[in-house]
Design a protein around this ligand. Structure first.
Ligand code: ADP
Ligand code: ZN
Length: 635
């Protein structure tokens, strides 16, 4: 059905200079000829009086030729050439007689010239008059050069681009932009990654294990009449190891791995996407059994009609259609399995998810604590570690981290240790790395006035005290007023992982977030701009509770959440104006109630607030143990 296309393979002599040197030589030869011809002519310019008095009236002129009505070329009689007057033009190359023209001069207007000529010869008999001929001559060398120069320049420019674009490893060229890129793996390398490089994800691994079996022993399945799945969709947030998993499947089965990212399909040139898809599938089929991995499939597989520009939409549609055609086109038992990754399966075009296409879905969520520990173990292995480092502790400190974040922490910790010239990477390096990744780089140079510092200290102390007093908030680890990234201070909590959040937990979270602002109000009698992030969080959360989660009495058990995103895209609200007002009121009430509660807590613990703020101003960083001293053990 799809014969392997051998001619499809590229076989280019990678940008050797021989490629364009012929153009260069061609131009050079032309230039030489051009100058040579110009120089070669023993051809002197004269003026009308010289011509009239010294040549014409002396009967030395054989004939004249008027070229293009602007130049008069003068031919001197053979016998007259012997005269000393004509010595300079008599010979070409010293030995050969010059057959002419020997002289030329320019004329302004042909008519004036003809009149002058008639007048000059008025006394001569007709047979003594000089012969006049008219020629239209084109300077074809100039003509050709005027063509060759721009073309040559363009060619040189193209070759320049071509060479420039080949700078990267195995880079591509603009001459075959229709072909899929020779990215790291699109050549169909056998991936060295196997399941042992993928920590955790035991469930997902069992699921993909089946695919490995398909690829290794397709016979076991086909002999029973089973069809091998064609498409597997890996769904998970960025950095959750989707690419890693796909590579591991290919590596376990020891089959070639072809990969391309969705955004690479849709690029500068219109119509390139579809041809890239075709090319990718052709390559993969040639080397079957193999795996095609399409990263960010949502960039091409989004529900149609939601893009902003019509042109981008067309391009996406044609790419998507080509992908669907290719997937339907090959026999399931060819042994090509397409794996695609996305972080949003819900926005994909349903056509992609139909049976026979991406009908298998594997979810890779962010790792939980145990899985994080496993991932840490994988990435700690290559490091030279101090005894103080325990993967369990690190896993506990990194809730919400993706696999990629963890890999990043390990690398960052090693860098910090190296910078401090340590013999091994120790616990503190990891904590610093985690802080750095959580909150951006520590900015010690940021200048903060003492009064600002006081506000920040009370603000953070407010958060800390409220969280300490509410039992539904994650336990506090430390509070700091050292600016990091764009935040001036921060409180670290040790989140417990919840799958379900109760109303009480939500309310306590609102209070904790408001703690900073309320502390400022109580202590300084005026709020500051420092609560922007907190208020944003509070507002979003309150709207979420009222409009989506059915957690308010005003709206009741109604959710305006739209998982398809259609309303959002159309700038529509799924509720009436009146309901909108009701939602706003409910949100206000929710936040006001939380504000009151927060105020009560802080007023009740005013001494604690002052003590903590003072300690913060003094030490800049305060740990759980210090809080226990100030406030007593947390209930
Ligand atoms: P995605 O494709 O989901 O964005 P990647 O597969 O590119 O994520 O993951 C990025 C990196 O994160 C990997 O190269 C690997 O170093 C690390 N990583 C992610 N998940 C894991 C895991 N489960 N085990 C080990 N390393 C992981
Ligand atoms: Zn705050």
């Amino acid at each position: 059905m799809y014969p392997a296309k051998k001619e499809n393979q590229r076989n280019k002599p990678n940008g050797k200079p021989g490629k364009f040197s012929w153009i260069f030589y061609f131009l050079l030869v032309n230039l030489i000829i051009f100058f040579f011809i110009g120089k070669n002519q023993t051809f002197e310019e004269i003026t009308w009086p010289v011509f009239e008095n010294e040549m014409l009236l002396k009967h030395d002129v054989e004939k004249i030729d008027i070229v293009n009505k602007e130049t008069v070329e003068v031919y001197i009689k053979k016998d007259s050439l012997a005269k000393t007057r004509y010595k300079s033009v008599a010979k070409v190359f010293k030995n050969y007689a010059n057959t002419g023209p020997h002289y030329f001069f320019r004329i302004g207007s042909l008519e004036v010239f003809e009149q002058k000529l008639d007048k000059a010869q008025i006394n001569l008999a007709d047979n003594e008059k000089v012969a006049v001929s008219y020629t239209n001559r084109q300077n074809w060398w100039a003509g050709i050069l005027s063509w060759i120069f721009p073309i040559g320049l363009m060619l040189l420019f193209f070759f320049y681009l071509r060479r420039a674009s080949m700078g990267g490893p195995g880079g591509s060229s603009i001459f075959d932009f229709g072909k899929s890129r020779d990215a790291e793996y699109s050549k169909g390398k056998i991936s060295p990654v196997t399941f042992k490089d993928v920590a955790g994800y035991d469930e997902a691994k069992t699921e993909v294990m089946e695919i490995v079996e398909f690829l290794k022993n397709p016979g076991n399945f086909t002999k029973l009449g089973a069809k091998i799945p064609k498409g597997v969709l890996l769904v998970g947030p960025p950095g959750s190891g989707k690419t890693l998993m796909a590579k591991a499947v290919a590596g376990e089965a020891a089959v070639p791995f072809f990969s391309l990212s969705g955004s690479e399909f849709i690029e500068i040139f219109v119509g390139v996407g579809a041809s890239r898809v075709r090319d990718l599938f052709n390559k993969a089929k040639e080397k079957a059994p193999s795996i095609i991995f399409i990263d960010e499939i949502d960039t091409i597989g989004r529900v149609r009609g939601r893009a902003m520009s019509a042109q981008a939409n067309d391009e996406r549609d044609s790419t998507l259609n080509q992908l669907l055609t290719e997937m339907d086109g090959f026999d399931p038992n060819t042994g090509v399995i397409v794996m695609a990754a996305t972080n949003r399966a819900d926005i994909l075009d349903p056509a992609l998810l139909r049976a026979g296409r991406f009908d298998r879905h594997i979810y890779l969520e962010l790792p939980n604590k145990n899985e994080r520990e496993e991932i840490f173990k994988v990435h700690l292995k290559p490091l030279l570690l101090d005894k103080s480092v325990e993967s369990e502790l690190l896993a506990g400190q990194t809730p919400g981290f993706s696999g990629a974040d963890i890999a990043n922490v390990c690398n960052e910790a090693a860098l910090i240790a190296a910078r401090n010239k340590k013999a091994a990477v120790d616990k503190q390096d990891f904590f610093d790395a985690i802080d750095r990744i959580v909150a951006g780089l520590e900015k010690k140079s940021k200048i903060i006035t003492p009064s600002e510092k006081k506000i920040i200290a009370y603000h953070e102390a407010g958060h800390a005290i409220v969280s300490w007093m509410l039992k539904n908030v994650d336990p506090l680890v430390k509070v700091s007023i050292i600016p990091r990234g764009k935040s001036l201070g921060s409180a670290w909590y040790l989140p417990e992982e919840h799958q379900i959040i109760t109303l009480a937990q939500f309310s306590d979270q609102l209070c904790t977030a408001l703690g900073g602002r309320v502390a400022e109000e109580i202590v300084f009698n005026e709020p500051s701009s420092g609560a922007l992030d907190d208020l944003e969080k509070v507002t979003k959360q309150a709207y979420m509770m009222v409009a989506n989660l059915g957690l308010s009495s005003e709206i009741g058990n109604i959710s305006y959440y739209d998982s398809t995103g259609a309303y959002e895209a159309a700038f529509n609200k799924p509720y009436s104006e009146a309901t909108g007002q009701l939602i706003d009121q409910a949100v206000r009430k929710l936040i006001e109630t939380a504000h009151k509660r927060t105020e009560d807590i802080l007023l009740q613990h005013r001494t604690g607030l002052d003590n903590l703020a003072r300690l913060l101003l003094d030490k800049e960083i305060v740990y759980k143990e210090d809080l226990e001293q100030i406030l007593g053990k947390r209930v």
